[in-house]
Design a protein around this ligand. Sequence first.
Ligand code: ATP
Length: 310
Amino acid sequence: MVEQIKKTVLKVNSISKDFMNVKAVNAISFSVEQGDIYAFLGPNGAGKTTTLRMLLDIIKPDSGSIEWNLNNKPNQVPDAEDIGYLPEERGLYLDVPILNSLVYLATIRGMEKADAKKSALDWLEKLGLADRAKEKLQVLSKGNQQKIQFVASILHKPAFAILDEPFSGLDPLNQELFIGFIKEINNQGTTILLSAHQMSLVEKIANKLFLINNGQEVYNGSLPGIYQSFGDKIIIELQLETPFSEASFQNLKDIESIDKIDDFRVKITFNLQTNLAKVLHDLAKIEGICDITSHKPDLHDIFLQLLKKK
Ligand code: ATP
C-alpha cells in the first residue's frame, strides 16, 4: 500500500521571543501537517500563548521564521478566511445579540451572510442555545459564553484553527463536549493547533505534541511515540497512613524515582524489567501503607520524567 504523504501547512523554524529579561520562547521549531490535532502542552508561563501569537503575527519573533501554506497559499501570515483563532483573552462583543456577532464575524472572514446565518443557527442548535440567539453574550453563563467564543472562531470553516486554552474555565462535562467539537471540526477538514495544560484532556484528542517548559522544547513528536519511548516504565502509587518520609523507602531496590504527590501519597517509578514480586515483597515490609495501585505512565508522568532528564 502506498503511504499518503501529508502536506505541511505550517513550518516554524527556530523562533525566539524575549520580554525584557524573560526568554518567553527559546529557539523552538516544529511542523504541522494537514489534518493534525497538534497540542502545545506546558505549565503556566511556559511560552504557549507567546508562540501562538507569533504564528498569527500579533507579535513578531526576535529571530527565526514562520512559513504558512494554507489552501496552497505560501505565506508568512495566513489570510483571515483560512484561519480561526480562539484567543486566551476571549474578545467577543458582550452587548451584541449572539447571532448577530457570529454572523458578522464569519462574513468579515469571507463567508456569505446566508451561509453564516445557517451555520450559526446549526451550531446554536447543537449547543442547545438556539432559543438564546437574540440574547446578548453577557447574559449567558461562563461555560456558554465560552461555547459561543469557540463557534465564533471556527464558524467560517477555516483550513486551520488555533485554539488557545480551549478547555480553561470549563467543568468536566463541558470539557468533554469541547473535545467532541474539536474532533468534529477536525473530521470536517480543519487542522488544529491548540494549547493546554490539562494533559489528561490532550491525551484524548491530539495526534502530535509539543511539550514546552521555560520557552524550550521538552518533547516534539507523535503521541504514540512518546508512549513508546516511555513504555518500559511502571508506576506504583502508595497511600500512606502517616506523612511520607524518604527514610522508610531507602531499602527499596531498582527504583527510577520516588515522587511525593502530597504528604500521604507517593509515586514510585520502576523499570518494567524490575521484578515486581520482589518489589511487592519489599513494600510489604514498610509500615503504614494502606493502599497500592499500579499503572503505566500517563502524559503527566512522562512530562515530569522528561523535565527531570533535562
Ligand atoms: P499560561 O498557561 O499561564 O497562559 P503560557 O505558556 O501561555 O502561560 P506565555 O503567556 O507565553 O505562557 O508567557 C511566557 C512568559 O513570557 C511568561 O514568563 C510571561 O510572564 C512572559 N510574557 C508574556 N507576555 C509578556 C509581555 N507582553 N510582557 C512581558 N512578559 C511577557
